[in-house]
Each structure stands twice: as C-alpha cells, then as structure tokens.
Design a protein around this ligand. Structure first.
Ligand SMILES: [Ca+2]
Ligand SMILES: [Ca+2]
Length: 101
C-alpha cells in the first residue's frame, strides 16, 4: 500500500483506538482529533465516520482505516475539505518520529 507500511498504519491506528479494542469509535476519533487541536462538528464527524465505515457497523477497524489512508492519498487533489480535516496525519508522523523511539 504505497509508502505507508502496515506497521506504520497499525501504529497510527493504535493512537486512535484509545481503549485498544481494535476499533475506533466516533468518540475515540473525536478525542484524538481534539488532542491534535482539531475541533470538528458532530455533523462533520458523522460524515467522516460514514465515509470510512465501509461495512456499516458504526466503528472503524484497521482495514477501513487503511482504506481511508489510501483514499486520502488518491483524492487529495479534489478533496480539499477532507485533506484539511485529515492534515493531522502529518502531525502524527512528525510526532512519532521525534518522541520516544
Ligand atoms: Ca476502541
Ligand atoms: Ca466498520
């Protein structure tokens, strides 16, 4: 899956999956975003989840999270809003490479 390795994906996923149960809830996504200084509305949050949640169970598992990554990479030219919302991926990568190794 491109530059984004599975190990890296798993690491980022775990940052979002705060209770470690293997799926990201809307609340966990919201918490993670807020921790990164990104405050989005409930409506936007629902839209993001809906977009990511391929199998419709209301949670984001690691497969769906991987799809999100690819989606962002492929659509970054015509999905400016989504890119803005997901600029935090850059921050995560920067943070994790500087903090505890
Ligand atoms: Ca979780
Ligand atoms: Ca799902």
């Amino acid at each position: 899956m491109g530059e984004m390795g599975l190990v890296e994906l798993r690491r980022v996923f775990q940052m979002f999956d705060r209770n470690g149960d293997g799926k990201i809830t809307k609340e966990e996504l919201n918490d993670s975003l807020q921790n990164m200084g990104l405050f989005i509305s409930e409506k936007e949050l629902n839209q993001i989840i809906k977009r990511i949640d391929v199998n419709g169970d209301g949670f984001v598992d690691i497969d769906e999270f991987g799809i999100l990554y690819q989606t962002i990479a492929e659509e970054q030219n015509d999905e400016d809003d989504m890119m803005e919302a997901f600029n935090f991926f850059d921050q995560i990568e920067t943070d994790s490479s500087h903090s505890r190794s």
